[in-house]
Ligand binder design. Structure first.
Ligand code: AHR
Length: 494
């Protein structure tokens, strides 16, 4: 018999807005994300605007990316922003010690990044150097990008061609301070954070600063506890969390050639996000019952071995339907926790880890993950519709996971329901009770493929793309949908 799932969706008077910033992205100076990814230089034969590929700009605009985190990652705590301003030929080089030991020529710097964000109509999120920087260097960067002037840094910015400040709101105070950011204890970092945050001035920025403390690694709840306990609430707006999905951390396996056991363990780590968010939020509730501080999951996504023949330090991997599953379930988790999860960043935008875009020479393709993020962007800034879900089990080797994941929202008279079936072999019939909503008609879109391991290649870049979906009916306030194996479906009701 076909597997069955039951969902009830109701309006709630106190439901939160799903912040569009949950749909954020991350671009690090790592492998081919910036150089030979976004940035090809303005002398490249590849069509570009100020050195950034026009095809990438177009694809990201269509995706409606709300924010972009830069320049790292681990790279952030080695980055000295003054190396990346002024005439490009005069910029010093550095060695990218975290990622492949390659020489970084600093040709993509602050102006390049912030102008790109303006072009994309996205909010920049600057991750600033705490690990190997100074309070003065940090405060100067803020003055450089946000002060109208006159001031030493605003004058320098004007000298280098930018009259008006960019007004950067989102600032990361270091990255992974428990690891590549300086191997600190949470107590030590909490003190350091307070020192940096004290000297962060918002200058003429009409928007208040949004200061994000470097957060916990996965289930390090003690880290969140100490930060929430020791940092006064007037000095912090967000606390971060990093968690990746993988088969086994020390034996990640191929991104395209994986078996069901490897798929199942990837789904286990992806679904762990529900428990992680719930437990970190419970700690935050204890110290911040009014919910002022946001949980910012500023690194998430699938992490596998690099593709054969590529630099191990470049983290270049392909992107299959397994990644579409990670994206679908993770975004549903974030939507359903929208009261506290108000920002997140998929790692990473182009050519690195769970990328939405891959490039090869002049070619570019959109991955299955891109398509899921685009199908889901209807939830951006919509009101959450809380769901009650009974899901059948997806069982593998005696272990179980819920096969179905769901979230729903309402905006401007439209209702959206995003559904994922992670079961690799069986379809699931989902009955969704929408009696409490005033919806007359639904349409649908689905992302599916014949094999879980399928991906978009440069020879066949549109092998996987969303298609109109009609395998559902609405009768007496109940929608009955059949979700194919490993599929993502978004229904729109009016
Ligand atoms: O996204 C790749 C790396 O993963 C980041 O640089 C770091 O913050 C994390 O460990």
């Amino acid at each position: 018999a076909q597997q069955k799932s039951y969902v009830t969706i109701e309006k709630s008077t106190d439901a939160p807005t799903i912040s569009k910033h949950i749909y954020g992205h991350f671009a690090e100076h790592l492998g081919r994300c910036i150089y030979d990814g976004f940035y090809v230089g303005d002398t490249s034969a590849i069509p570009n605007k100020n050195g950034v590929r026009k095809d990438i700009i177009k694809a990201l605009k269509e995706l409606k990316i709300p924010n972009l985190r830069w320049p790292g990652g681990c790279f952030a705590d080695t980055y000295h922003w003054k190396d990346g301003i002024g005439p490009k030929e005069d910029r010093p080089t550095i060695v990218n010690t975290w990622w492949g030991g390659v020489t970084e020529d600093n040709s993509f710097g602050t102006h390049d990044f912030l102008n790109l964000c303006e072009e994309l109509d996205t909010e920049p999120y600057l991750a600033a150097n705490v690990g190997s920087g100074t309070v003065k260097e940090f405060a100067d960067w803020l003055q450089y990008v946000n002060h109208i002037g006159p001031s030493p840094m605003a004058d320098l910015r004007k000298k280098y061609g930018r009259e008006t400040p960019w007004g950067v709101k989102y600032w990361g105070v270091g990255n992974e301070m428990w690891g590549c950011g300086g191997n600190m204890t949470p107590e030590y970092y909490a003190n350091l954070y307070k020192r940096y945050a004290t000297f962060m001035t918002s200058w003429d920025n009409e928007k208040n600063l949004f200061r994000i403390a470097s957060g916990a690694n996965v289930d390090d709840y003690h880290w969140t506890e100490v930060l929430m306990r020791d940092i006064p609430k007037n000095l912090i707006e967000g606390v971060a969390l990093h968690s990746y999905s993988y088969v086994e951390w020390n034996e990640k396996g191929s991104s395209v050639d994986f078996n069901e056991a490897q798929y199942f363990s990837t789904m286990q780590t992806a679904m762990k996000m529900e428990e992680l968010v719930t437990k970190h939020v419970a700690i935050m509730d204890k110290y911040d019952p009014r919910g002022k501080v946001a949980l910012v999951v500023d690194e998430w996504g699938g992490w596998y071995d690099v593709m054969d023949g590529t630099n191990p330090g470049f983290l270049y991997q392909q992107n299959t339907m397994r990644d579409a599953m990670i994206a679908g379930i993770t975004l549903n988790i974030f939507n359903n926790h929208a009261d506290r999860v108000r920002m997140a960043n998929l790692a990473q935008t182009v050519n690195v880890l769970q990328a939405v875009i891959l490039t090869e020479g002049e070619k570019m393709l959109l991955t299955p993950t891109y398509h899921v993020m685009k199908m889901y962007n209807v939830h951006q800034d919509a009101t959450l519709l809380p769901v009650k879900l009974t899901a059948p089990d997806y069982i593998f080797n005696g272990e179980k996971l819920p096969a179905v994941s769901v979230s729903a929202s309402e905006k401007e008279g439209k209702t959206h329901i995003s559904l994922v079936n992670i079961n690799s072999k069986e379809a699931v019939e989902v009955s969704i009770n929408v009696e409490g909503l005033n919806v007359k008609k639904f349409t649908g879109e689905a992302l599916t493929s014949a094999k879980l391991q399928n991906y978009n290649s440069f020879d066949n870049p549109e092998a996987i793309a969303p298609k109109e979906f009609e395998d559902f009916k609405l009768k007496k306030g109940i929608i009955t949908v059949t979700l194919p194996p490993f599929s993502v479906v978004v229904l729109e009701g009016k």
